[in-house]
Every structure is written in structure tokens, then in C-alpha cells.
Design a protein around this ligand. Structure first.
Ligand code: C2E
Ligand code: MG
Ligand code: MG
Ligand code: MG
Length: 289
């Protein structure tokens, strides 16, 4: 032990560590129970065509309310689910729910959505049998794989790029589209995009936030868009909160937009796209959620 750290300092420090450890243990136990009793639900956020303002698809985001009814954010419990590998069971549970919703909101006539995108963690990708389970689910639920998009984060693919490439190819072979989530926050270079099978790039909201004033963010988005056009990749801007941001991003060539401006994560609602009647339906949904 370093000199100068007195007994008091040590005990203060250790109490905090103990507290942290027991809080973390409780979170883990609660999470395990929540998964076992199927308490984790899904909220859907619409993704909008920048030109037509129509809803094109929705992203599934998991939601957990603990025993006291407090929302525990995914950014808090997903990392714990990953470390404990509980994410494998949770991920399958959520995917099964998404498949049920796809039957109602995507595969039916008059459906309001073309596809649903699902976040897939690196742990799931690395777990043998993951794709077998996905295949089985699609078959038993009679889901067309083209109704699904898997969102993989840039960082999760970089830990083992060669293995990631293999899994991505298998996902694509199944007919499921691949989106790269939080693009720009990791360290991969744009040249990876050429090598990897990618259908959609989601620009992280960090770059969207100050789009009107930050010249670097603007230049970054422009570079992504022009690269994506060459590679035939669809660009989605995340975290769009204002009309000004939406206009700027549309002008810069982003294909799709996602953010509180168009709808917070909430329940799916069936609605026919395209008709004028329906456009007002979409608008009223925005204020509802
Ligand atoms: P993500 O996949 O990048 O999801 C986008 C996050 O941004 C969501 O947070 C969404 O609610 C939030 N968001 C959307 N529009 C706006 C906006 O205009 N402004 C702001 N400030 N935020 C906006 P959420 O639901 O808390 O999820 C956080 C992260 O947790 C997700 O980031 C994703 O990485 C992870 N996550 C969520 N659900 C799942 C899941 O089912 N499986 C896995 N593996 N990860 C998940
Ligand atoms: Mg996502
Ligand atoms: Mg994201
Ligand atoms: Mg994120």
C-alpha cells in the first residue's frame, strides 16, 4: 500500500467499493429474474424517409421497469447482461417478441412498416449457435428474413474483424440486412465499408447534435454520405431533434432520419403508408408517444 494513505482513507475507499459491488450484484440478480419472468419489453422508434417523411421502418429498443416501477436504461443493464452472458437469453426473448410484432405490423396488408431493426450485441455474435437460433425462430414464426435488420455497433465488429466478417456474411446469406450502429464513434476506417457487407450506416447522434454550427461534424457527415453513395449503402442520421437538423441532414443527402422530432420510442401502430390520410395519422402518432 502506498504511504500516506491512512487507515481512514482506506476504510472510506473500501466501503465505497463494497457498496458498488453489492449494488452491481443486486442489479445482476434483478436482471436475471426479470429475464426469467419475461419482464423486459420493447419500445419501437420510427425511422423516416428524409424526402417523403414517411415511416419506413422501426427500431426495437428494450425497456425494463424494475420492481418499484423505475425505468432502468439499456445503457445501464445491457453491459451487465453482456458481462454475465444473460444477453444471449434476453436477445432471443426480444427477437421472439419482434417476430410476433412483424407478423402484425410488417407482414400484413396495410402494414405501416417495411422492416424492424434489432440491436445485436457483440456477445451474441460471438456465441456459437446464435444464427441457428435465429434461423429456427424465423422458420417457426414464418417470418420473411427481409423484414429484419440487425444493428451491429462499429466497436463490436472491431474486436475480431475477420470473425465479424464471417458472421456478417452468414447474416446476409440468411437475407437479413446489416446496419452499422453508432457509426463514427469507433475507430474503424471508412475503407472497412468496402470490405464488409453493410446495407445501412447509422451516423451517431454525437455528430448530428451540433450539425448547424460545427463545421467538422458537417464535413464528416458529408464524407460519409458521399462514400455511402458510391458503395450503395443507405445512411440514417440518429438523434434528430429539430426541424433545422432534419433540413440540414436531408440537404446533405442522408436517406433516412430517426429522432425525437419524428417520434420517441413507443408502441407500434398500424397505418397505411403513402396516402395523404395516412400522413396525418403519422403526425398524430408523433404527439401521442
Ligand atoms: P442505439 O441502438 O444507438 O439506440 C438509439 C438510442 O438513442 C435509444 O436509446 C433511443 O431512445 C435514443 N434516441 C433516439 N432518438 C433520440 C433523440 O432524438 N435524442 C436523444 N437524446 N436520444 C434519442 P435507448 O433506448 O436508451 O438505448 C440505448 C442503447 O442501448 C442503444 O443505442 C443500444 O446500443 C442499446 N440497446 C437498446 N435496446 C437494445 C437491445 O434490445 N439489445 C441490445 N443488444 N442493445 C440494446
Ligand atoms: Mg441501434
Ligand atoms: Mg445508435
Ligand atoms: Mg448507442
Amino acid at each position: 500500500r502506498a504511504k500516506g494513505l491512512g487507515r481512514n482513507t482506506f476504510s472510506f475507499y473500501s466501503t465505497n467499493l463494497e457498496q458498488e459491488a453489492s449494488q452491481r450484484l443486486k442489479l445482476e440478480q434483478d436482471l436475471r429474474q426479470a429475464i426469467e419472468t419475461d419482464q423486459i419489453s420493447i419500445a419501437y422508434q420510427p425511422i423516416i424517409d428524409a424526402e417523403t417523411q414517411e415511416v419506413v421502418y422501426a427500431e426495437a429498443l428494450c425497456r425494463w421497469y424494475d420492481k418499484d416501477g423505475h425505468a432502468v436504461p439499456p445503457d445501464v443493464f445491457i453491459p451487465v447482461a453482456e458481462e454475465t452472458r444473460l444477453i444471449n437469453r434476453l436477445g432471443q426473448q426480444l427477437l421472439a417478441k419482434v417476430c410476433k410484432d412483424i407478423k402484425v405490423f410488417v407482414q400484413q396488408e396495410n402494414a405501416g412498416y417495411r422492416k424492424i431493426s434489432v440491436n445485436i450485441s457483440a456477445v451474441q455474435l460471438e456465441t456459437p449457435g446464435f444464427l441457428k437460433d435465429v434461423k429456427r425462430l424465423l422458420r417457426t414464426e414464418s417470418i420473411d428474413s427481409e423484414c429484419l435488420i440487425f444493428e451491429l455497433t462499429e466497436t463490436s465488429l472491431m474486436s475480431d474483424p475477420d470473425r465479424s466478417l464471417k458472421v456478417m456474411r452468414k447474416i446476409r446469406d440468411l437475407g437479413i440486412q446489416i446496419a452499422i450502429d453508432d457509426f463514427g464513434t469507433g475507430y474503424s476506417s471508412l475503407s472497412y465499408l468496402k470490405r464488409y457487407p453493410v446495407d445501412i450506416l447509422k451516423i451517431d447522434r454525437e455528430f448530428v447534435r451540433d450539425i448547424e454550427v460545427d463545421k467538422q461534424d458537417k464535413a464528416f457527415i458529408k464524407a460519409i454520405v458521399s462514400m455511402a453513395k458510391v458503395l450503395d449503402i443507405t445512411v440514417v442520421a440518429e438523434g434528430v431533434e429539430t426541424q433545422k437538423q432534419a433540413r440540414a441532414l436531408t440537404k446533405m443527402g442522408c436517406d433516412y432520419l430517426q429522432g425525437y422530432l419524428f417520434g420517441k420510442p413507443g408502441a407500434l401502430q398500424n397505418k397505411k403508408p403513402a396516402s395523404a390520410e395516412n400522413k396525418s395519422a403519422i403526425q398524430s402518432v408523433n404527439y401521442d408517444i
